[in-house]
Each structure stands twice: as structure tokens, then as C-alpha cells.
Unconditional design. Structure first.
Length: 194
């Protein structure tokens, strides 16, 4: 078997809102190496999602002065519009203007109401995740990256999407796919460590 065949990814499902994409193990990209991205949009206009396993080390009150709670971490969503703050959540249509991206998972909504819910202690970090910037692809760009074996498309339960696990999420996401990709777990993140 040729090395190129060993790393050929055969996506059995298409990318879609609510699914995840998992970066291949040898990606040297600073933003996307060993990343797991939840897709919030995928259509003829392009694709958009947020990296789930790259923390900023800061909490939402560092970005929004009238949010008093320090327990809501903020993640790096991607390299696009890094001066913007986005969020996904499980509180559903209790937050007007939310967009459902899969069963039990929503994107965006009334931010002023969200701040009130945070400040009143009505919601917890398990119900909302914040991101600075986003990962975006122009029409057919993501498909080109899939064709170049950069990403593996998979499913992930909403509960796992909402549970921060920066250190193990990539590994656990790979484990949750086909046995064909389990060997990825044995590849060092830096090939020079081999």
C-alpha cells in the first residue's frame, strides 16, 4: 500500500450544519492542526463553523464588560473575523432569533437576553459556548479540502459538542469514527518526534 493511500479519507457522510469535521493528523496549519470544528452552516453560499478545542484562556467577561460571570470560557472559533464574538447553545428558542443547527443545538440569538441570563445565573457554561472569530469557507472551498484529504466528516452528540475537552476532543472524535482512522491516534502531532 502506498503512503498516499494510507492517508486517503473516504467521507461516508457529507458535511452539514450540526456535523463536525476532524482535521487529519499531519496538518501543519497553525489554526487547524488537530482541530475539531462544529459546522453551523454548509450550503451553496459556503460553509461556517467553530473550532471546539482551542481555548483563548479567557472568559466572556474579558470581552463583554457587562457580563459579570467569569465561568464562561471563550474559544478560538477560527481565523476569520477574530474581532467578533459568536456562540452556540442548548437553550433553544428561549433565546429569540436562535438558529437550530441540529437537534438540541442552536447558534446565535438575542445577545442582550443572553447576557441577562448569564448575569442572573439562569444558565450555565454547559449550556452556551463562546467563540472569537469563526472558520469559514467560500462556495466549494471546503469540498476542495475534503477532496485533498484534509478533513474527516463525522457526527458528534450535542452533549459532547457542549462539553469542553480541549486536550482529548480530537482523539475522542477520531475514536468515534470508523476503525479505518484509529491509526491516526499513533501519529505524533509533530512528525519529528517519531
Amino acid at each position: 500500500m502506498e503512503l498516499s493511500e494510507l492517508f486517503k479519507i473516504e467521507n461516508k457522510i457529507e458535511p452539514a450544519a450540526g456535523r463536525i469535521i476532524i482535521s487529519e493528523p499531519l496538518s501543519r496549519d497553525g489554526f487547524f492542526g488537530r482541530s475539531v470544528i462544529v459546522m453551523t452552516e454548509h450550503n451553496d453560499n459556503g460553509s461556517l463553523g467553530f473550532i471546539l478545542n482551542k481555548s483563548t484562556g479567557l472568559s466572556v467577561n474579558s470581552f463583554i464588560s457587562d457580563c459579570n460571570d467569569e465561568s464562561f470560557p471563550v474559544y478560538v472559533g477560527g481565523p476569520v473575523s477574530t474581532n467578533t464574538l459568536h456562540f452556540i447553545h442548548t437553550i433553544g428558542m428561549k433565546l429569540p432569533k436562535s438558529k437550530q443547527i441540529k437537534d438540541g443545538l442552536f447558534w446565535g440569538g438575542d445577545f442582550d437576553l443572553l447576557k441577562k441570563l448569564i448575569n442572573s445565573g439562569t444558565i450555565t457554561p454547559a449550556e452556551v459556548r463562546f467563540f472569537v472569530g469563526y472558520s469559514g469557507w467560500s462556495p466549494s472551498q471546503l469540498q476542495g479540502e475534503l477532496d485533498n484529504n484534509s478533513w474527516l466528516v463525522s457526527e458528534m452528540p450535542t452533549k459532547q459538542i457542549m462539553t469542553p475537552d480541549e486536550d482529548n476532543l480530537w482523539k475522542n472524535s477520531v475514536i468515534g469514527t470508523s476503525d479505518d482512522y484509529k491509526f491516526w491516534l499513533n501519529i505524533p502531532s509533530n512528525p519529528n518526534w517519531n
